[in-house]
Design a protein around this ligand. Structure first.
Ligand SMILES: Cc1cc2nc3c(=O)[nH]c(=O)nc-3n(C[C@H](O)[C@H](O)[C@H](O)COP(=O)(O)OP(=O)(O)OC[C@H]3O[C@@H](n4cnc5c(N)ncnc54)[C@H](O)[C@@H]3O)c2cc1C
Length: 299
């Protein structure tokens, strides 16, 4: 059985090699040449003209085929996920993204992965070659003990990188918030956000939302929604207003210290999962809270 480890950075190599070694014989370690040209601890160093997946993947697929690999293991970083998916297609292998456990059998293997935002564990099995990604665990880079074979890779001339610009960041970074007011679809009209804004101001908290409030109704920018596909937040106080607490949302706010929710449905997951729940109409609760906070501030 032959395992190839592909480490995008020297910091990711140690953990990947340890995991691959636990699966069987010593892995063949492939690494990208660091931008500063430093020596890295690897058997083969890929030196692509660019770091783009389009350039790296054909060389990886060729090496995997040439060395008769059964498994290629990568870290599930942003780049690693893209490279893994392209590599599986090109090499004709199965793909197991973000495995939490991994076992190899004769000619195949089995793995587990967490799905549905942490609500379930999926067991998968495959036959033939496979590309597996695992959660990245950076550590100190190992010192190179022997010279590596260097493979120079030309750029794919069919694709030209014209420019690269970071996405503009909104004026509010929810990740830093100490308190958060989060609105859900229980808020009936966009104009009612003014009322929520009064409460948020009295609490000194930014306003976040659930995905449909941002993506379907467009009431708040998409960098304000919390959840599996949105922002992950960990305020001391999370106050949900008309939020049902579906798992895709809950995954993003599980790090909150104290969760308070206002919902008219006593069976909503947000109510049963909260530290403190007010089962009532938010249109009665919010003005009462604003008035109480203002009275307190005036004292
Ligand atoms: C692949 C995928 C990814 C997703 N990612 C995310 C994500 O990252 N973040 C996210 O938020 N969602 C995400 N979703 C959507 C998610 O499944 C839910 O649909 C969404 O979170 C529900 O939003 P909500 O709680 O605002 O609305 P609803 O589920 O419609 O809940 C509204 C709540 O308001 C209550 N309510 C109504 N009127 C009042 C009132 N007057 N007073 C008090 N309470 C009231 C209701 O009882 C209800 O519980 C994702 C879905 C999919 C399929």
């Amino acid at each position: 059985m032959t395992t190839l480890v592909f480490a995008e950075t020297p910091q990711l190599a140690g953990d990947l090699v340890a995991r691959a070694t636990a699966l069987g014989p010593e892995p063949l370690v492939l690494a990208l040449r660091p931008a500063d040209g430093r020596q890295v601890a690897a058997d083969v160093v890929l030196a692509p003209a660019s770091g783009r997946a389009e350039d790296v993947v054909p060389a990886l697929a060729e090496l995997a085929a040439e060395r008769g690999a059964d498994v290629v293991l990568l870290a599930a970083t942003v780049a690693g996920r893209e490279i893994a998916a392209r590599l599986a297609m090109r090499w004709g292998a199965a793909l197991v993204p973000e495995a939490t456990s991994l076992a190899l059998t004769r000619g195949g293997g089995t793995a587990e992965r967490v799905v549905h935002g942490g609500a379930a564990v999926q067991a998968v099995a495959w036959d033939g070659p496979v590309v597996v990604t695992v959660a990245p665990r950076p550590g100190p880079p190992a010192e190179p003990s022997r010279p590596a074979e260097v493979v120079e890779i030309a750029a794919d001339a069919r694709v030209t990188l014209i420019s690269r610009e970071p996405l503009p960041r909104g004026e509010v970074d929810l990740a830093d918030a100490d308190r958060l007011v989060c609105v859900g679809m229980g808020v009936r009209a966009e104009a009612d956000l003014a009322l929520v804004g009064e409460l948020a101001e009295a609490l000194g908290a930014p306003v976040a939302c659930t995905r449909p409030v941002a993506e379907d109704r467009g009431w708040l920018p998409s960098d304000r929604y919390v959840g599996i596909s949105g922002r992950h937040v960990s305020p001391r106080l999370y106050l949900g207003l008309g939020v049902s607490g579906q798992v895709q949302h809950a995954v993003g706010m599980r790090g909150s210290s104290v969760v308070v929710t206002v919902n008219s449905d006593e069976h909503a997951p947000a109510v049963t999962d909260a530290d403190h729940a007010v089962v009532a109409d938010l249109y009665q609760v919010v003005p009462a809270l604003v008035a109480a906070l203002r009275r307190r501030a005036a004292r």
